[in-house]
Design a protein around this ligand. Structure first.
Ligand code: ATP
Length: 503
């Protein structure tokens, strides 16, 4: 299947089965805003829950927060976002359509522009005589366009009332660093994590929910003693994990990515510190746990010109999307940039008192940052399969139980002769512990197909034999194999299967 065609089919499925809709469609939607329907909400919540368990719930060294979305101008001034958080904007002199300049070049010249400076962008536009994609008019010079949404707090609209919707959740962690550290009594090294909305006025939102204007981030700032950046245990299995890698050096030499291990990356000093490697590994493991296939992931280091204003070193986990390799998640070394900036600007002490040395230090930070919508879309793209069964096209989402909106579905073969009643009984029993759906409409084949499309791993059917011998049929989505099990074993069998047992 052609890559564009695959994306079209994925979007079609997500809209048709009510996972995601363009927001407020009945009035004509605003680009870059989406509403989630039933299955989309279930899947999104699963990813969020899974992230929280993995990065916060199961650890002793991470505290959680839930910060405000609207925040004062002072925060974004100090963090550098007011001055620096921009993308290159280019406008047509004739029709005044505005484009993201690097995307326009990438579209027209079919090259990747990661890390290109504004000067380079303008040079490429001039040299290649690029014109307006809308009216073929001449283009202005590209300029930086700040991506933050501005608003006013209270009844006045003057400068002092100016506030911003946060473009990243991270700043609420930095500004609360001291309170959270003291109230949670965490000692370095420790993390503060948060899941919440972020807003960016993207010049050209595109590729469905890959680039939206309102999205959710799942972020952690991991604070470390500045002299203990390598004071970190990584087990042998994790060091030996294989991953496709593209370092900054390989990009300079125009090489392609190649498979390596984290041990090699660390020994060769490709990754600057051990804690940075640790969080890259954790991010990679988390995506693998969502069921995303290894071969579709790669780790790419930012080249110097591409680094965000706060970053000392960044590695992106990229996915091979239908439109090419793009960032799925970023793991940045923010150093002491943010705490220092807020300390200078607020004149508040944000240092940490080290009990051992009795010296105040300004912690250094590694930030694993994830976009919930990107994780969502990536899980779906990776799980999507369309195949012919006889004359019929079948769509299957091979979601694993960590992401599937329904873990099982329960059907009566027919509504009559007490089968529906029995099926509802079993459904009510299972739904206490398992994400479950009851369906009695249409042929069994249609009902299987409906569940395959939304990624339900197992379907249970109640038939005439059930009424005689208390057994039901369980069907495995991926192999379509079926077997009979006792109603009494139903929950334990299902739990074992959802935890990885062989069918
Ligand atoms: P990109 O280069 O794609 O614009 P970024 O480098 O600006 O992304 P970060 O600032 O590192 O992204 O944000 C962290 C994560 O937030 C990203 O890895 C991505 O998953 C998510 N994210 C960022 N911008 C968007 C967006 N406009 N829509 C959806 N998710 C986003």
């Amino acid at each position: 299947m052609a890559k564009d065609e695959r994306m079209e089919k994925v979007v079609n499925l997500l809209e048709r089965r009510g996972f995601i809709f363009a927001s407020g469609q009945i009035y004509g939607s605003l680009a870059g805003f989406f509403d989630y329907g039933n299955y989309g909400t279930l899947l999104k919540r699963k990813i969020e829950q899974n992230w929280w368990n993995f990065f916060v719930g199961k650890r002793n060294d991470v505290a959680g927060i839930d910060g405000a979305i609207v925040s004062s101008q002072a925060i974004w001034n100090a963090s550098g976002h007011l001055a620096e958080f921009s993308d290159p904007l280019i406008e047509c002199k004739k029709c005044h359509t505005r484009f993201r300049a690097d995307s326009l070049i990438e579209d027209e010249l079919k090259i990747s522009l990661e890390g290109a400076s504004l000067d380079n962008i303008n040079k490429l536009i001039l040299e290649n005589k690029l014109i307006c994609q809308n009216c073929k008019g001449v283009l202005e010079i590209a300029k930086p366009f700040n991506l933050m949404f501005k608003t006013y707090v209270g009844a006045s609209e003057d400068e002092s009332a100016t506030a911003y919707l946060r473009p990243e959740t991270a700043q609420m962690i930095f500004t609360n660093f001291k309170q959270v550290q003291m109230s949670s009594r965490k000692k370095l090294p420790f993390g503060i994590a948060q899941i919440g909305k972020a807003f960016r006025n993207e010049i050209s939102p595109r590729n469905f929910v890959f680039r939206c204007r309102e999205f959710s981030q799942m972020e952690m700032e991991f604070f470390m003693h500045p002299e203990k950046l390598d004071d970190c245990q990584i087990n042998e299995d994790e060091l030996g994990l294989e991953i496709n890698v593209l370092t900054a050096k390989m990009q300079e030499n125009k090489e392609k990515e190649s498979k390596t291990t984290f041990a090699i990356l660390l020994n060769g000093k490709s990754i600057g510190t051990k804690w940075h490697a640790y969080w890259i590994i954790k991010a990679y493991e988390w995506f693998l746990g969502l069921g995303i296939r290894k071969e579709n992931l790669r780790l790419r280091q930012h080249v110097k010109t591409e680094l965000s204003h706060y970053s000392f070193e960044t590695w992106d986990l990229e996915y091979n999307y239908p439109w090419g390799w793009k960032e799925l998640s970023g793991i940045a070394n923010r150093g002491d940039y943010d705490l220092k900036a807020h300390m200078i600007s607020s004149k508040k002490d944000l240092t940490y008192f080290d009990d051992e040395t009795k010296i105040k230090v300004l912690p250094m930070v590694i930030e694993p940052s994830f976009g919930l919508e990107r994780a969502f879309l990536t899980v779906i793209i990776d799980a999507f399969e369309e195949k012919m069964e006889g004359d019929e096209k079948k769509t299957i989402l091979h979601l694993n139980p960590n992401t599937a909106p329904n873990e099982c579905a329960v059907f009566p073969l027919m509504k009559k002769d007490g089968m529906a009643q029995k099926a509802i009984e079993i459904f009510e029993m299972l739904r206490k512990n398992t994400a479950c759906e009851y369906d009695e409409a249409g042929s069994i084949g249609k009902r299987y197909a409906r569940q395959d499309e939304i990624g339900t791993p197992y379907c249970l059917t109640i038939d005439y034999d059930t009424l005689k011998d208390e057994t039901i049929t369980i069907r495995d989505r991926d192999s379509t194999k079926q077997k009979r099990i006792k109603i009494g074993d139903c929950q334990s069998t299902l739990t074992a299967l959802l935890n990885g047992a062989e069918f």
